[in-house]
Design a protein around this ligand. Structure first.
Ligand SMILES: *Cc1c(COP(=O)(O)O)cnc(C)c1O
Length: 381
């Protein structure tokens, strides 16, 4: 939860064997110090330093597209939208199921969010609902790979092409998903990644934009650096640069990601075995043809059982997490936003009430996995 230590959801007494929801992947301290050594000599702190360029190159290599580092995932979303040169006041069709940042990015760009339904099976933006929400004012689609489940990318790309809409994917919760051997960030016009401490690879705070078309890279470089071109302000811009300190953190964490991913994959298998055949509960599946996420492991259960399940987990000092409330739900600032079709809130809201994400990180281990399964079984088994 934001502003609180990771995993602390307000429980008072901390047990030594508490299983927190997430645990930032930390670098080895000496690796970080070694990387920072040259910074102490050069005193170059930011503005595209050597470490920044190294991290960018490493991510380009890993993802296979053009990667631009920025200061946060939210900034990545904002710049990915700005890159489309969209007219102010234009409508952006998006999902009600996401973190606050995705709709806030639309708003900060002077664009109008329009909420459309999600697919019942995968909880990502429904292509048919998007098509129905298109008006003459539509300029873009912002789709989110929610809880590590890939959107129906091909269908959304087809709609965007046919209607001339800019297509941005929020891949903050799905940085590592592949389809036909390629990273899903190479989809649409641009994808936004978050390098926040709660994500798999982090720079503490940070983000990245992935472009399939490197031809847009110079425009993006200007956008993230005050719109400057040879010192002259030739277009819109902002300060979205990543510092050398953040880049050093990312470079120091990067070599640890593979081992953490393997540990999480193993944990998923233990969970899968534990929940197999348990009545009334299923696991939110990857979309067919895409790989599984290492950020989320989400159970789907009857909404009436969820509170008891959470209580049972809490009783054993295990901290699961429920999805964020609907972005356009009651009491939110987007309650009065354009919601296309009466069921946008109903479908998404119904699903959100059935989801429970379990702790997923490398320190949980076999014994921890068993504890989690037992706590769920006490209610649902
Ligand atoms: C984490 C997250 C973001 C925001 O990223 P920051 O780096 O914290 O700005 C955006 N969208 C989704 C879906 C996220 O989970």
């Amino acid at each position: 939860m934001r502003g609180q230590p990771e995993g602390d959801q307000g429980l008072m007494s901390e047990r030594p064997d508490r299983i927190v929801f997430g645990r930032p992947l930390m670098p080895q301290q000496h690796d970080l110090e070694r990387l920072l050594d040259p910074v102490f000599h050069s005193a170059q702190l930011t503005n595209g330093g050597a470490l920044h360029d190294r991290l960018e190159a490493a991510l380009c290599h890993q993802i296979g597209g053009h990667v631009s580092l920025v200061s946060s995932g939210t900034m990545a979303l904002m710049l990915a939208l700005r890159l489309g040169g969209l007219a102010r006041g234009g409508e952006v069709i998006t999902t009600p199921l996401s973190f606050a940042a995705s709709v806030q990015a639309i708003d900060w760009c002077g664009l109008v969010p329009v909420f459309a339904d999600v697919e019942p099976a995968f909880a990502t933006l429904c292509p048919q609902a998007v098509e129905r929400a298109i008006t003459p004012r539509s300029v873009a689609i912002l789709a989110v790979h929610f809880q590590g489940i890939a959107c129906d990318i091909a269908a959304l790309e087809d709609i965007a092409r046919r209607h001339g809409l800019w297509l941005v994917f929020d891949a903050a919760q799905a940085p590592d998903i592949e389809t036909s051997g390629r990273n899903i960030c190479l989809s649409g016009d641009a994808s936004a990644l978050s390098l926040h401490g709660t994500k798999l690879l982090s720079t503490a705070e940070g983000g990245a934009i992935v472009l399939r078309d490197a031809g847009l890279a110079p425009a993006l470089a200007r956008l993230r650096n005050f719109g400057l071109e040879d010192g002259r302000m030739t277009g819109p811009g902002i300060n979205a640069k990543m510092s050398e300190l953040h880049a050093a953190f990312g470079l120091a964490v990067l070599p640890r990601v593979a081992e953490e991913t393997a540990a999480r994959r193993q944990l998923r298998r233990w969970y899968d075995a534990g929940f197999a055949g348990m009545p009334g509960v299923s696991v939110l599946p990857p979309r067919p043809g895409t790989s599984e996420s290492h950020l989320y492991y989400t159970l789907v259960m009857p909404a009436e059982q969820r509170a008891a399940t959470i209580a049972s987990l809490h009783a054993d000092d295990i901290l699961p997490r429920t999805p964020f409330p609907l972005l356009c739900g009651p009491g939110t600032m987007y309650e009065g936003a354009i919601v296309h079709s009466s069921c946008a809130r109903a479908v998404a809201g119904g699903l959100a009430g059935q989801y429970l994400s379990l702790p997923l990180h490398g320190a949980i281990g076999r014994a921890g996995a068993d504890r989690v399964v037992q706590a769920v079984r006490r209610v649902l088994g």
